[in-house]
Design a protein around this ligand. Structure first.
Ligand code: PMP
Length: 406
């Protein structure tokens, strides 16, 4: 595995540099992932060779750009095992994908007295759009409780379900805690009361292959930049019959079939939801990231990530003085913690001085931080290109930080 990981690391230019005089240890993959050379090349090839607007081209470059852009959609369709390419809507990222569903499906279906459920461990981007919808409609947003371990309380969820619940929007993997939620069960249970379900997959798709049909998710959202692709591009998967019945999100070019001052008719899927010139390079770059992942043994890499997490837990127990935040039995490779007596921001700065990049703060998940009565955590989030040496360096760095702080 070590050799395989070293070969993989060689593909990621940003990993191979010194930061503050030390070889970089990049453990902020939950915030964004680094990009392989093939993604960087796909972006630069597009701009060097094929740059043109899509879908209305009377010339060769536009045809090429359109072909690559639509091929990218098919790559993402296969990646998620969606039934049709039309079910893949390009967005700016997870945040926009969720806002799109809240503003379209939500405004069409949600009424006063209805309930929308999210979990208590959501990122703000899966809370605020629903809060805004509730303010507009008089519906109620209810958080499914989270246990002290960071596990979702599924009994509480079962008891919250009723025919008032019209929508359930849940995070697949918590960015703050690493908890993997049982989304398959959640979807089944929500469907039994007639509710639709959106899964926020921002932190899931980078760890394993998701199959939206096997999950029976109504909507699935994620961001390209957390999947080794570019920023500013993301995906909303939606079941065709739901997307077809939804009103458009934004108005403009691309999304119309016919426009006149007497009235406008809308384009077919997925263009109905893609007003304006899309992020063409981003879509092509994201497809390059998926093609890169398709060439790897993702199951073996997931085991490797799990081994990194196990090692982090062992080392945390050895050095002591560490409060782990998020200890659910089913976790992705996210290690969130507090160093006793130290503010997370100070720990982050002292690690950075040693070339170790982590995230500190509330991780845009203030409600779960409030539940644990903490201002935030230090979060080391591992990807498949991290090594055991990276984990050792983190804890050696923490030992050093302790000497300054305590
Ligand atoms: N949901 C989760 C679970 C996340 O981790 C993030 C990013 N931290 C988001 C949503 C939002 O993603 P983006 O900012 O790329 O839209």
């Amino acid at each position: 595995m070590t050799q395989a990981i070293n070969e993989i690391r060689a593909q990621f230019p940003a990993l191979n540099q010194d930061v503050n005089g030390k070889p970089l240890v990049y453990l902020d993959n939950g915030a964004t992932t680094q990009k392989p050379q093939s993604v960087i090349d796909a972006l630069s090839d597009y701009y060097r060779l094929n740059n043109s607007n899509v879908h209305r081209g009377a010339h060769t470059l536009s045809d090429r750009a359109t072909q690559h852009f639509e091929d990218a959609r098919k790559t993402l369709q296969a990646f998620l095992n969606a039934n049709k390419a039309e079910e893949i809507v390009w967005t700016r990222g997870t945040t926009e994908s969720i806002n799109l569903v809240a503003a379209t499906w939500g405004r069409q279906h949600i009424q006063a007295g209805d309930e929308i459920l999210v979990t208590g461990m959501e990122h703000h981007s899966n809370i605020v759009p629903w809060q805004m919808l509730c303010q507009q409609t008089g519906a109620t947003l209810r958080p499914i409780p989270v246990k002290d371990t960071g596990e979702l309380d599924m009994e509480a969820f079962a008891s919250m379900l009723s025919d008032k619940v019209k929508f359930v929007s849940v995070v697949h993997v918590s960015n703050a805690l690493g908890t993997i939620n049982p989304v398959e069960d959640i979807i089944k249970m929500a469907h039994e009361v007639g509710a639709k379900v959106l899964v926020d997959g921002a932190q899931a798709v980078s760890h394993w292959n998701v199959d939206v049909q096997a999950l029976d998710a109504d909507f699935y959202a994620f961001s390209g930049h957390k999947l080794f692709g570019p920023t500013g591009i993301g995906v909303l998967y939606g079941k065709e019959e739901l997307l077809n019945a939804m009103p458009p999100y934004q108005g403009g070019g691309e999304m119309i079939e016919h426009c006149s001052f007497d009235g406008t008719t809308y384009n077919v899927l997925p263009y109905k939801f893609e007003a304006g010139t899309p992020n063409i390079a981003g879509a092509i770059g994201l497809a390059a990231a998926v093609n890169y992942l398709n060439g790897l043994d993702r199951v073996a890499l997931e085991h490797h990530e799990n081994a990194l997490l196990v090692r982090a837990n062992e080392l945390a127990d050895q050095i002591g003085g560490i409060r782990k935040v998020g200890t659910a039995p089913k976790k992705a490779s996210v290690f969130s913690f507090l160093l006793d007596g130290a503010h997370p921001a100070d720990v982050g700065t002292l690690l950075d001085q040693q070339g170790i990049a982590v995230r500190t703060g509330h991780h845009c998940a203030m409600p779960i931080m409030n539940q644990f009565n903490i201002p935030g955590t230090v979060r080391a989030s591992f990807s498949f290109y991290n090594t055991m040496d990276d984990v050792e360096r983190l804890f050696a760095g923490l030992e050093k930080a302790k000497m300054f702080l305590l």
